[in-house]
Design a protein around this ligand. Structure first.
Ligand SMILES: Cc1ncc(COP(=O)(O)O)c(C=O)c1O
Length: 391
């Protein structure tokens, strides 16, 4: 009889490299496979599962909502969506919201909004090392050959600036600039924070040329970095924030958040989607916001994030031939090795820990926001054992 992995090969388009583990369920910070093995999940479904697995409040909020209705057309507005919008706008400091189903869709809608305000001829910029999604507009903003290969022609009037390179920024941004998309901490790019000076220069140029600054907070939002959004680490307020991943509590949801000046760009019918703002996803998201922003989880990430990075730096000191640099903030951390690190990810897995490798050499650590010091200690101890084996 074929197992699910053989069946997958037969049935699915081969877009994903699947982990050969058949998961039975999750609880808290742990996942369990059908053989009864337990895994510490420091990957969180790629920064989605902020509250870990089987959170009882998410389960009851979702159940209550499904009992009422799981979907209405966007011709209706419901309480649960209003609560969601109020909370997300409050914590982001933005003024208007559009709800999508995913991150890439939020980026796509934002490109449309920018074109509508600024016209089609003006240039939109993103940064080297950035990742904004896989649909055509978002893919065009993602300047990595691995992702763009075979899909050209891409969208016109989109170009790239070297991340954290003030000179390149100054040379490219001018009065013909419509917008700049930025991840304040690049995720896929290897957990690379923007430098303070770089953001100061962006702010200076934004004042001069009045372009729209878009913060891609799809991975970094909802408390992931120890602040509500990664831009909160800097002295700046973007014109647009796009977010997704954790905001739906494990269900598909994305959002475009705009400043008051951009609230009236879209009019009835100029943008839309059938499932965007699904009430069940909003009900789950409301629980996430409550726990992260109101019940102290954000503080947990801020405090334990410091503890985590200190411990990773100690590890680096002990393994100077293995670890090049430790980067990141809160629970979005990266450990750059001197070599390709997929082997380390596999060794972690054999020891019952899930973690991710990005940009070839970087161990990307994205624990659920509920993870505590004991989980961090366990992770560090396994990491140490793996690196000891390499000496
Ligand atoms: C920074 C960033 N932007 C955009 C996306 C795309 O989001 P989605 O996969 O929900 O379309 C991702 C996904 O990893 C991301 O990390």
């Amino acid at each position: 009889m074929m197992d699910i992995f053989e069946k997958e090969k037969k049935l699915f388009l081969s877009t994903y490299k699947r982990i050969p583990i058949d998961i039975s369920h999750g609880e808290g910070v742990y996942l369990y496979d059908k053989k009864g093995n337990k895994y510490l999940d420091f990957f969180s479904g790629l920064a989605v599962n902020a509250l870990g697995y089987s959170d009882p409040d998410i389960i009851s909020a979702v159940t209550e909502q499904v009992k009422k209705f799981s979907h209405l057309s966007n011709n209706f507005i419901t309480d649960v969506q209003i609560e969601f919008a109020e909370k997300l706008l409050k914590y982001s400091g933005m003024s208007g919201i559009f709800l999508s189903n995913s991150g890439t869709e939020a980026v796509e809608g934002t490109i449309k909004l920018i074109r509508k305000v600024k016209g089609p001829e003006k240039e939109i910029f993103s940064f080297t090392g950035s990742f904004h999604g896989r649909t055509y507009g978002a893919l065009t903003l993602t300047p990595k050959e691995k992702y763009q290969h075979g899909y050209k022609p891409l969208l016109s009037n989109i170009s790239y600036i070297k991340f954290n390179d003030i000179e390149d920024l100054q040379n490219k941004v001018d009065s013909n600039t419509a917008a700049v998309f930025i991840e304040f901490i690049e995720g896929e790019g290897g957990i690379v924070p923007a430098s303070e000076k770089f953001i100061e220069k962006i702010e200076e140029l934004r004042k001069k040329f009045s372009f729209i600054l878009v913060a891609d907070e799809i991975q970094t939002g909802t408390g992931r970095t120890g602040k509500p959004f990664a831009f909160n680490h800097y002295n700046i307020l973007p014109d647009i924030v796009v977010t997704a991943k954790a905001i739906g509590g494990g269900l598909p949801l994305g959002a475009i958040l705009v400043s008051s000046e951009l609230k009236n760009v879209f009019s009835t019918g100029s943008h839309g989607t059938t499932f965007g703002g699904n009430p069940v996803a909003c009900a789950a998201g409301n629980v996430v916001f409550k726990k992260v922003f109101e019940d102290g989880l954000l503080k947990n990430v801020e405090n334990n994030g410091k503890y985590f990075i200190d411990n990773l730096n100690m590890l680096k000191e002990d393994f100077l031939k293995e670890i090049k640099e430790v980067r990141g903030k809160g629970y979005m951390l990266g450990v750059e090795h001197f070599y390709e690190c997929s082997q380390i990810v596999e060794e972690f897995r054999e020891r019952g820990v899930f973690v991710n490798c990005t940009n070839q050499n970087v161990i990307r650590i994205l624990p659920p926001l509920i993870a505590g010091k004991d989980h961090i200690d366990l992770f560090i101890s396994e990491y140490r054992n793996i690196l000891k084996g390499k000496k």
